[in-house]
Design a protein around this ligand. Structure first.
Ligand code: ADP
Ligand code: MG
Length: 457
């Protein structure tokens, strides 16, 4: 769309947006957007100062922007966000005086390589390494150093918002930078949709060509394969074709391979061929380090105590951690009031409440107990039974039974066991508590940490 037209359309949309949301939110998130021309009909290009805005807007404001365009019957336009490096540089010099960044040229974020876009913020440089992700990070670096040779495939699993996508996209960018061949990043869901479309349009060979003639396949969220026969079949052949040609495959999943429901045995074994690594919950120090990094990157005005408060209260998910930081920072910059613990608590009440509820899921309990006994989360579901693992596992089962409404089979299932094991664990722990005051104390303290009721006597 030509520049003037884009500006016109955007100005009209802004009229609506400024009436639809509060002035501070408008100024912070919408006011920074500029419409620019591009050479594609049916596309509206919106530039923003940095990748963070892009993410945030895509995640939170896209529906609203579409609605605003809908008022002029233009909600069919493709919206493309573009990061304008020169604007970022200008802002940087404004704020930090002599500090200068390369006045990068505007760069279209959504036009990388074969697959979907790689987020330019997801680099190794921006990735904070701590105990929970050291191993995955090292594996990722090793693979980038010798793709197709070190570990093939590399399988990374871990809970939501713990940095899996960031890490594998960093691998993609590193490889592209070194000019080591073609990279394709895609989610398993997109892969599936493209496959279905290819089948419908009789373009299977095009589809296969796309996915079998690349050097690095980064495929995100393969737990999506669960219980889907057809796509498992296709993925099996894609995998084989790449692997036989020593092309690198990297996968992520929100759960371990063994817990992807109805995954064909031959896929299970292939996924285990290379290296399997887990990303775990991030510890407090790393959370603080991540917040500091973000504060610097975005030049936010926020004092250390506020960062600590956020890191202490938002534990389960780095995406939420970033959201909380941004919320606090925009509040601070708008009100120009110092952020006290009370105001933070109020500001972040929804997130904090969610965190507390999180803890009361089976997984939340497993995490908490694993952390407490200093064992790995994976030990909760593993088949091993040395005493140092078996007992904490029983404690976790006991707490699940006491503190959640989940059924016995559901609890058993979450530990990779059956309901009888849960009953047994509940009895064992309950019995020991009667005679062991230390254990009673431990259970009490765990229940308090989980934000639940007091322990039974
Ligand atoms: P996942 O794919 O595991 O759900 P993401 O990779 O999307 O998680 O991470 C969520 C957010 O947290 C992203 O914005 C990412 O940049 C950030 N993030 C995650 N881990 C780290 C880390 N170790 N250092 C810096 N930022 C991180
Ligand atoms: Mg992800």
């Amino acid at each position: 769309m030509e520049a003037n037209k884009a500006k016109q359309i955007w100005a009209k949309a802004c009229e609506y947006l400024s009436s639809a949301i509060s002035a501070d939110i408008y100024n912070r998130w919408i006011g920074v957007i500029a419409a620019t021309g591009d050479d594609k009909a049916g596309q509206l290009t919106l530039t923003v100062p940095n990748g963070f805005y892009q993410d945030w807007l895509e995640e939170h404001y896209l529906p609203l922007i579409r609605k605003a365009l809908g008022i002029s019957d233009l909600d069919h336009l493709a919206i493309v966000f573009m990061v304008d490096g020169s604007r970022q540089a200008a802002e940087t010099t404004d704020k930090a005086g002599e500090e200068k960044e390369k006045p990068a040229k505007a760069r279209i974020v959504k036009s990388y390589n074969a697959g979907a876009a790689l987020n330019p913020r997801h680099t190794f440089d921006n990735f904070v390494v701590g105990p929970s992700n050291t191993f995955a990070h090292a594996a990722a670096l090793a693979v980038v150093d010798s793709p197709g040779r070190a570990y093939n495939p590399l399988f990374i699993h871990g809970g939501t918002g713990l940095g899996k996508t960031h890490l594998i996209q960093a691998m993609g960018q590193a490889l592209l930078q070194r000019g080591k061949g073609t990279v394709c990043y895609t989610t398993c869901e997109t892969f599936t949709n493209e496959f279905i479309q290819a089948v419908q349009q009789h373009e299977i060979s095009g589809f296969r060509k796309k996915y079998r003639h690349i050097d690095l396949l980064l495929i995100d969220d393969v737990h999506f394969l669960a219980s889907k026969e057809g796509i498992q079949e296709e993925f099996f052949h894609t995998f084989n074709s790449l692997h036989q040609n020593q092309k690198q495959i990297v996968m992520t999943s929100d759960r371990p391979i063994g817990e992807i429901a109805n995954l064909q045995k031959r896929l299970v074994s292939r996924f285990e061929w290379g290296l399997v690594t887990e990303m775990e919950m991030v510890d407090l120090e790393t959370r603080v380090a991540i917040l500091r990094r973000k504060r610097e990157e975005l030049r936010l005005q926020l004092e250390d105590p506020a960062l600590f408060f956020i890191a202490q209260h938002v534990k389960s998910n780095i995406r939420k951690l970033e959201g909380a930081l941004l919320r606090a920072a925009s509040y601070a910059s708008l009100t120009r009031k110092p952020l006290t613990a009370e105001s933070l608590e109020y500001l972040l009440r929804d997130t904090i409440e969610q965190e507390n509820q999180n803890a009361l899921t089976i997984e939340g309990i497993q995490r908490m107990v694993a952390e407490y006994y200093d064992i790995r989360l994976g030990d909760m579901t593993s088949k091993q039974r040395p005493q140092n693992i078996a007992f904490p596992r029983q404690v976790a089962m006991y707490l699940c039974r006491e503190m959640t409404d989940q059924s016995l089979p559901a609890i058993g299932n979450s530990f990779g066991r059956n309901h009888a094991t849960v009953i047994h664990a509940h009895r064992t722990v309950g019995g020991k508590m009667k005679t062991d005051p230390n254990l009673r104390q431990t259970i009490l303290s765990l229940q308090q940490r989980l934000g639940g009721a007091t322990a039974p006597a």
